[in-house]
Design a protein around this ligand. Structure first.
Ligand code: NAD
Length: 243
């Protein structure tokens, strides 16, 4: 029998994309809930949760999933680092795939960024540029945040190395800086570029999403995978076997 998913944030752009993709992925939508709906009752009839809602909803969602032992695929972004740390402790009690980006192409970009950063080293000034539609509520995007985490890990730098925009900055760029720039406009689904610039050459790794169905398909692939995993927090690199 097809796995039954509960979609949280069902009326949103991603919630609808997940509902549209479910049939093709061989999954059934047991319930689709949004602000004000009784998620607790709906969850009892489903096998797993797919969440694309709002950062403020994550704690309650994880508590409900823990109480009912339901795996979660969590796509919502916009949590502060401190908030995320606490939420990860909760999520570890259930099988949970938490990914800032469920696209297969972007997950390859993550792997390529790690490799390029390691090979190129600190001589190559590294900047992350992202662009999203005018309605996006958080900045930088969860995907940009993950790219930055990877770069900082490989370069052994702390969060103080990040330069968001550069408003008011005086003086030359420091080799230990990692820049991040968020552009907003129109209906752009999601563009991410990691730029490595040295004296005499520049390398750019770019991913452009043109249809949010890619995130929905990735999230549904994560559902099929996570229902067979022990409790713990996983990401798309685990689902795709990229690490
Ligand atoms: P959206 O604004 O179109 O939809 C969000 C929906 O969630 C709305 O219908 C809203 O009413 C609902 N919602 C808000 N609070 C809720 C709550 N407490 N309980 C239930 N529903 C609630 O946004 P979107 O473009 O669909 O994106 C949703 C989230 O997913 C954002 O955080 C976005 O950044 C993220 N996102 C992640 C990925 C990924 O691959 N991880 C891809 C795209 C978007």
């Amino acid at each position: 029998m097809a796995l039954k998913i509960l979609i949280n944030g069902g009326k949103g752009r991603m919630g609808q994309a997940v509902a549209d993709a479910a049939g093709q992925a061989g999954l059934a939508v047991g319930a689709s809930v949004d602000v004000g709906d009784d998620i607790k009752a709906a969850l009892a009839t489903c096998d797993a949760i797919v969440d694309f809602s709002a950062a403020g909803a994550t704690r309650t969602l994880l508590e409900l999933a823990l109480a009912q032992h339901k795996p979660v695929v969590l796509g919502t972004t916009g949590h502060s680092a401190e908030e995320k740390k606490k939420l990860l402790q909760l999520a570890a009690g259930i099988p949970c795939v938490w990914a800032g980006n469920f696209s297969i192409g972007v997950n390859l970009l993550f792997a390529l960024t790690r490799r390029a950063t390691a090979i190129l080293g600190p001589d190559y000034d590294t900047e992350v540029i992202e662009m999203h539609h005018r309605f996006k509520k958080d900045a930088p995007s969860g995907t940009a945040a993950r790219l930055l985490e990877i770069i900082l890990e490989e370069r052994k730098l702390g969060a103080e190395a990040l330069r968001h925009g550069r408003e008011g900055m005086t003086g030359a760029r420091q080799p230990t800086e990692v820049g991040v720039h968020a552009l907003r406009g129109g209906d752009v689904v999601g563009d991410h570029t990691v730029m490595f610039a040295a004296l005499g050459e520049r390398i750019e790794l770019t991913h452009r999403a043109s249809d949010r169905a890619i995130f929905a398909r990735g999230a549904l692939r994560a559902v099929e995978w996570v229902v067979n995993q022990p409790p713990g927090v996983y990401d798309m690199q685990d689902v795709l076997g990229l690490q």
